[in-house]
Write a protein that binds this ligand. Structure first.
Ligand SMILES: CC(C)(COP(=O)(O)OP(=O)(O)OC[C@H]1O[C@@H](n2cnc3c(N)ncnc32)[C@H](O)[C@@H]1OP(=O)(O)O)[C@@H](O)C(=O)NCCC(=O)NCCS
Length: 330
C-alpha cells in the first residue's frame, strides 16, 4: 500500500481562560511596550494558565473535541502521543495520566520531547505506527504550559511564549487520496544552547543555587534563533513538497509554527506562497510551542480555511534544534 496511510479525522484545541495582553506584560514593570512586541513578533495577546489548568487538563479538553469530531470513542484509541516541553511531571509521562483521564483503556501512551516540533514529530510517529500495523487510531497532541518555565523578568522571552493544547485524531486510510502525503523531520543538537533550559534536569538537578541563578528557566539567543528558524522552515517546506511531488502552486494553505510573524512571512516568501494562503494566529495565542500547529489547524478548520479536498503544508521549528514538515490532503 502506498501513502496516504493515515488521515486526520478530527481536531480540537483548548487554551487557558486568562488572556494576558502586551500592555499587561508592560505593566509588570518590564521595559517593553505593545508597539515593540507587535512590530517584532506580531503577538498581541496570549493565554496563560491559572490554578487547575494543567497540561493534562488542557490536553483532555482538546482531545475530547477531536474524538467527538472524529466520531471516535476513548476505547478505540490505540496510542496517545503527547508532544510537550513542559510535562506536568517528569515521571510518569503526561500522556499516561491523560490516558487514564480520558478512559482510553486500550491505549499505550508516551510523551515526545521535540519542543515546538513536538506535534509534527508525533504525527509522523503516529502515521508510522499505523503504517506498521501497530495501531489503527492514534491521538496526537501538542500541549504546553510554558508560562511555568519562562523567566517573567526576561523581556526577551516572556513576551513570546504561552499556554495551550491542540489535538488531532489520526486514523488508517481506507483507500483514496485523503491523508498524509509526505513528511520530513530533522534535528541539530549543535545548536542546543541557543534555546534551552540549562538546569533543572538530571545533569543539573534543582538546588537553591540553581534557582538563584535562574538556570531552570528558558534562555534564548533571539537573533540567532531567528536566523536558524528562517533557514530551517525554508528547508522544511522544500523537503515535504519535493517528497509529495508537489509545488507551492498546489498548496491551498500553509500552516506554519506560530513563533513570530516575521519568521512566518519569510517562510511563506521562500516557499512562494502568498500570505493570503498562510494561516496566522500568533497575534491571539503567542508561541505555544508543540501546541501551536494543532491549535492553528483547529482554528483554521473552525474559520472555514481548511475544507475537504484541500492540500495543506505544515512546517515546524523548535529548540534542539528540531524541524520538520508534512503535506496533508483533507
Ligand atoms: C526575540 C526577538 C523578537 C527580538 O527581536 P529582534 O528584532 O531580534 O531584536 P534584538 O534581539 O535585535 O533586540 C533589539 C533591541 O530590543 C531589545 N528588546 C528585546 N526584547 C525587548 C522587548 N520585549 N521590548 C523592548 N525591547 C526589547 C533588546 O534588548 C535590544 O536592545 P539593544 O539594541 O539596546 O541591545 C526576535 O529575535 C525573535 O523573534 N527571535 C526568534 C525567537 C523565537 O521565535 N523563538 C522560538 C523559536 S521556536
Amino acid at each position: 500500500m502506498k501513502r496516504p496511510y493515515a488521515y486526520i479525522a478530527g481536531t480540537g484545541h483548548a487554551v487557558p481562560k486568562r488572556i494576558v495582553t502586551n500592555d499587561d506584560i508592560a505593566a509588570m514593570g518590564l521595559e517593553t511596550d505593545d508597539q515593540w512586541i507587535i512590530e517584532r513578533t506580531g503577538i498581541r495577546q496570549r493565554h496563560i494558565a491559572g490554578p487547575g489548568e494543567s497540561v493534562k487538563s488542557l490536553s483532555a479538553d482538546a482531545a475530547r473535541q477531536a474524538m467527538a469530531k472524529a466520531g471516535v470513542q476513548p476505547g478505540e484509541i490505540d496510542v496517545i502521543i503527547l508532544g510537550t516541553a513542559t510535562p506536568d511531571r517528569l515521571l510518569p509521562a503526561t500522556a499516561v495520566e491523560l490516558q487514564s483521564e480520558l478512559g482510553c483503556t486500550r491505549a499505550s501512551a508516551f510523551d515526545i520531547a521535540a519542543a515546538c516540533s513536538g506535534w509534527l514529530y508525533g504525527a509522523i510517529v503516529g502515521e508510522s505506527l499505523i503504517h506498521s500495523g501497530t495501531a489503527e487510531t492514534v491521538l496526537v497532541i501538542g500541549a504546553e504550559k510554558l508560562s511555568t518555565v519562562v523567566d517573567w523578568t526576561d523581556r526577551n522571552t516572556c513576551i513570546l511564549f504561552a499556554d495551550g493544547a491542540g489535538a488531532t485524531i489520526l486514523r488508517r486510510t481506507r483507500g483514496g487520496q485523503k491523508g498524509i502525503l509526505s513528511s520530513f523531520m530533522r534535528s541539530d543538537g549543535a545548536l542546543a544552547e541557543l534555546l534551552w533550559r540549562p538546569g533543572g534536569g538530571a545533569e543539573e538537578p534543582f538546588t537553591a543555587e540553581l534557582e538563584t541563578q535562574r538556570r531552570q528557566y528558558v534562555r534564548m539567543s533571539g537573533r540567532e534563533v531567528f536566523k536558524h528558524a528562517v533557514r530551517a522552515m525554508a528547508d522544511a517546506t522544500d523537503r515535504a513538497l519535493d517528497a509529495a511531488k508537489l509545488t507551492a502552486a498546489d498548496v491551498d494553505l500553509l500552516i506554519p509554527h506560530q513563533a513570530n510573524i516575521r519568521i512566518i512571512e519569510a517562510t511563506a516568501k521562500h516557499a512562494g506562497i502568498s500570505m493570503d494562503r498562510v494561516f496566522v494566529n500568533v497575534d491571539r495565542f503567542g508561541n505555544t510551542s508543540a501546541a501551536s500547529i494543532p491549535i492553528a489547524l483547529n482554528d483554521a478548520i473552525e474559520q472555514g480555511r481548511v475544507k475537504e479536498g484541500m492540500t495543506v503544508l505544515f512546517a515546524a521549528f523548535g529548540a534542539g534544534f528540531t524541524w520538520g514538515s508534512l503535506v496533508v490532503r483533507f
